[in-house]
Design a protein around this ligand. Structure first.
Ligand SMILES: NC(=O)c1ccc[n+]([C@@H]2O[C@H](COP(=O)([O-])OP(=O)(O)OC[C@H]3O[C@@H](n4cnc5c(N)ncnc54)[C@H](OP(=O)(O)O)[C@@H]3O)[C@@H](O)[C@H]2O)c1
Length: 349
């Protein structure tokens, strides 16, 4: 792997930022504290690794301490330079919360530890705070392929196989390479099995959550089981790749309820989505490489909360509109993207 040195600037806290000590945290059963907002790092097709790495560095300078990474985002080596500069600039490692994820082509038991070690090397860290199984389906795709592409080796959720992967995730905790492990893109039927059989239970479940996709049953299930929900695409992923958009997708930031609250508060509708997420109880991880945006999102976590009336109104605008459908992960014999999400309450094979 070639190392590209981009983090040339030293890390300096910004005078107009948010004091990280004022950002609320969620406490996990281990006692670890997760900042209630993190910065997403998936640049989609739009933003280069260099831009995302620069945003990580500057986001830390305005007060972010939580970063949501993944090997498949293809930018961990660049983000690692930023994390190193942040730590060298005086931020304590314990003050950071860094998540990464095991990609779908590394589910084989033999690959899990090596994949995590590569991520640690790329991120220039000794340990991760959280390591997630990114999707519960094994498959491989070249980056950027169309949603109609299919991998002939793609498989549905097979609990026995997932458990073999999970045993290696548990081994990562035993070895001290990761502090917590978790799931992502799961459903209740799948989590039932994982919770039944796991020696180390998932600490967090990363799931799509925004006003138009509130997933009330899954949200209630994970919280009831002591799992912290981390909400991805909290603004409704307006910059997701065109190939991931469908005609029926709705736009959270254009919803009249969100727009009216934003106008009253004099903020962007995205900020209302972030405030709602935090008050609702998940940890949102909005993505942005634009300073004004990621600063506004962080300020959303420390400024006056939405009113009960706002929250009640937002509760009523759920459209059950899943934006990240995952079509490309379908296996031979599957009917459509709905099969990934066990919509009839049973695991679809
Ligand atoms: N576990 C998983 O499978 C999974 C799946 C998807 C995402 N994720 C994670 O979740 C993160 C966030 O999700 P996402 O990128 O899909 O969607 P998102 O955070 O809902 O949307 C990001 C976009 O919203 C706009 N934006 C951000 N902050 C704003 C602000 N304060 N004001 C106005 N506009 C703002 C920006 O658009 P412009 O750039 O156009 O200005 C930005 O690119 C990802 O980066 C990744 O870390 C995880």
């Amino acid at each position: 792997m070639t190392t590209v040195e981009t983090a040339t600037k030293p890390f300096v806290p910004a005078p107009d930022g948010v004091d990280p000590a004022t950002v609320p945290t969620k406490t996990l059963p281990t006692g670890a504290r997760v900042p209630v907002i993190g910065l997403g790092t998936f640049g989609s097709d739009r933003y280069s690794g260099e831009e995302v790495a620069a945003a990580v560095m500057d986001a830390a300078s305005v007060g972010y301490r939580h970063f949501d990474c993944a090997s498949v985002y293809g930018n961990e080596a660049l983000i690692g330079q930023s994390l190193q500069a942040i730590l060298q600039g005086g931020v304590r490692r314990e003050a950071l919360w860094v998540t990464s994820k095991l990609w779908n082509d590394k589910h084989d038991a033999a690959d899990v530890i090596a994949s995590c070690e590569q991520t640690l090397k790329d991120l220039r860290l000794d340990y991760l705070d959280l390591y997630l199984v990114h999707w519960p389906f094994p498959n491989y795709h070249a980056p950027g392929v169309d949603v109609t592409a299919r991998d002939h080796k793609a498989r549905p959720y097979l609990h026995e196989n997932y458990l073999r992967t999970w045993r290696q995730m548990e081994a990562l905790v035993d070895r001290g390479l990761v502090r917590h492990i978790g799931t992502s893109n799961m459903t209740i039927p799948k989590l039932e099995l994982v919770l039944r059989d796991a020696r180390i239970k998932p600490a967090c479940n990363e799931m799509e959550l925004h006003p138009h996709f509130q997933q009330p049953e899954l949200f209630a299930y994970v919280t009831r089981n002591g799992i912290l929900p981390i909400g991805y695409s909290p603004i409704g992923s307006p910059s997701r790749p065109e190939r991931d958009k469908t005609r029926d997708d709705t736009v959270d930031t254009e919803d009249p309820v969100i727009v009216a609250i934003a106008e009253r508060l004099g903020v962007h509708p995205a900020v209302v989505c972030i405030k709602w997420a935090i008050q609702h109880g998940q940890v949102p991880i909005p993505f942005s490489v634009k300073r004004s945006q990621y600063l506004a999102s962080l300020q959303a976590a420390v400024s006056a909360p939405l009113t009960d009336e706002d929250l009640q109104q937002i509760a009523r605008i759920d459209r059950n509109c899943r934006l990240i459908k995952g079509q490309v992960f379908l296996w031979e014999g599957s009917r459509g993207w709905e099969d990934l999400w066990d919509l009839d309450g049973r695991i679809t094979k």
